[in-house]
Design a protein around this ligand. Structure first.
Ligand SMILES: [Ca+2]
Ligand SMILES: [Ca+2]
Length: 491
């Protein structure tokens, strides 16, 4: 008895000590500044376009340095192979189909034809708003394309979506940088102008040489960071360049003779301009110790411009080249490993919002149902696990045929090592082993009827659980020839 009473008292003491320690830890956590977050979302860049992802034709030293000091992820996906829906996924943590934006936003008529909304509903669970609500300074600098373009001039301003400040381009409402253009031999005093009609999309237009516009976004981002630091506020900023989307307007001194050369010049120039932002953060100790920078691309490359490394397909397609994105994550203060390559973790852009809110220690109390999963340990290099649920995809409604392929897969899923694609009704199944067939060449659907049945069912169930668009009505009547083995037709 004596022993157990003694043990009981000891246990009580230990419990007290633990409670104290726990309270102290909480106090420390809430007292410390929440981490700053910088999300760099490049436009139309291929998986293989950073030199740290294998590009030998151009150099991206500033992004390579982030990778060397941080982590690069090889199995990261965006949730659509095209601009607007991909941007909605990364901003909300939800499949973009929920918000009826499933292709790029165009003019009113085209949006209606394709069965899409005219702009993102401001009620969507924006990560920016969740951060703003707990006191973050929030700014969007760059391409928006989630509403307000062409003749759609009554979309909500970007500041209705949880941002204190915004500076955009021709595809967003409010203050913007519009592009002047210059070719070799052209009088610099008389530059061209493109996207003049975008002057109607809100107040605050500044004209700037197209080749310098990414730098223009960086300038305002740095001013914003300074301001937030002076107010001792943590900040969240989007830096979303219009680079490296066509048309290509590199500096005249770095002109190229072909589409590909022009593209590579724009890519290198973008890296230089973004580099100023990275260097600014790295050279300031308090920023360096408490800032997380993420860099990825909204969708795969345009044909003839960027390259998708070993992967099949391009922008607008559900093959890997369209939806797999190189992801670099940097944070010397929060990430304990350096120069790590994570080849294992399968996750996607919808997972970033819940993950980043967790990294920042923010309770997600508003009852949002994210399609994304919170994966802070993967993001910070502690774990090589994957997202648990499969990642589902539906192609843009206007892209059944593109780049010479007349009947592209409509639905797809990545689950474990398997990638499965099919039509809306489950026809034309394609099954690939992503551990052994990175380029989706060897269709194993006939070898694994059980898996085909399972994934056909789950893809169609997911597709039907989402609001529909006009994809099925806009498809042509071309049907793909049955392919089972060997090389699929390339496009
Ligand atoms: Ca894009
Ligand atoms: Ca199809």
């Amino acid at each position: 008895m004596h022993m157990s009473v003694k043990f009981g008292k000891r246990f009580q003491d230990m419990k007290k000590t633990l409670t104290l320690l726990f309270t102290f830890a909480i106090a420390l956590q809430t007292g410390a500044a929440k981490p700053n977050i910088v999300l760099v979302f490049i436009d139309d860049m291929g998986w293989g376009d950073f030199s740290c992802f294998g590009n030998r034709a151009a150099k991206t030293p500033h992004i390579d340095r982030l990778a060397k000091e941080g982590i690069r992820f090889e199995q990261f996906y965006v949730n659509s192979p095209i601009c607007s829906p991909s941007r909605i996924a990364i901003s909300t943590g939800q499949y973009p189909q929920r918000w009826r934006i499933t292709s790029y936003l165009d003019n009113r008529k085209r949006n209606i034809q394709r069965g899409m909304a005219q702009w993102l509903d401001p009620k969507a669970p924006m990560m920016a708003r969740s951060l703003q609500e707990v006191g973050y300074a929030t700014g969007h600098f760059g391409k928006w394309h989630m509403g307000g373009q062409r003749d759609v001039d009554d979309a909500p301003p970007i500041t209705d979506y949880g941002f204190d400040v915004s500076l955009t381009n021709f595809e967003g409402m409010g203050p913007k940088l519009l592009p002047q253009t210059l070719r070799p031999g052209q009088d610099p005093a008389k530059p061209g102008r493109i996207w003049i009609n975008a002057e109607r999309l809100g107040e605050g237009v500044r004209w700037m040489q197209r080749s310098k516009i990414t730098g223009g976004f960086v300038n305002d981002a740095i001013t914003f960071i300074d301001h937030a630091s002076k107010e001792s506020k943590s900040f969240y900023i989007n830096v979303w360049p219009d680079d490296v989307h066509s048309p290509f307007w590199p500096p005249v001194a770095k002109w190229g003779d072909s589409k590909r050369e022009l593209y590579l010049s724009v890519l290198e120039e973008m890296d230089q301009q973004l580099g100023r932002l990275f260097t600014y953060i790295r050279n300031n100790k308090s920023l360096r110790d408490n800032t997380l920078i993420l860099v990825c691309s909204d969708n795969g490359p345009e044909l003839g411009a960027g390259v998708a490394g070993p992967f099949r397909g391009y922008k607008t397609q559900l093959y890997e080249g369209g939806v797999r994105s190189s992801l670099v994550v940097w944070s010397p203060g929060l990430i304990k490993v350096k120069n790590k390559v994570n080849r294992k973790s399968v996750f996607s852009a919808i997972d970033l919002a819940p993950s980043l809110l967790d990294v920042a220690g923010i309770k997600q109390s508003r009852g949002f149902k994210y399609d994304g999963e919170s994966l802070p340990n993967i993001l910070l290099g502690v774990s090589n696990d994957s997202r648990i649920a499969p990642i589902y995809f539906r192609r843009p409604p206007d892209r059944d045929s593109f780049y010479g392929d007349k009947d592209l897969p409509d639905l797809a899923v990545r689950d474990g090592k398997w990638k499965f694609l099919c039509e809306y009704d489950g026809a034309e199944p394609e099954l690939y082993d992503m551990d052994n067939d990175l380029s989706e060449n060897n269709n194993l659907s006939e070898k694994h009827p059980d898996l085909v049945a399972k994934y056909t069912k789950s893809c169609i169930e997911w597709h039907r659980s989402m609001p529909s668009d006009n994809g099925p009505n806009l498809a042509g009547d071309f049907r793909r020839k049955k392919t089972t083995k060997g090389k699929n037709p390339r496009n």
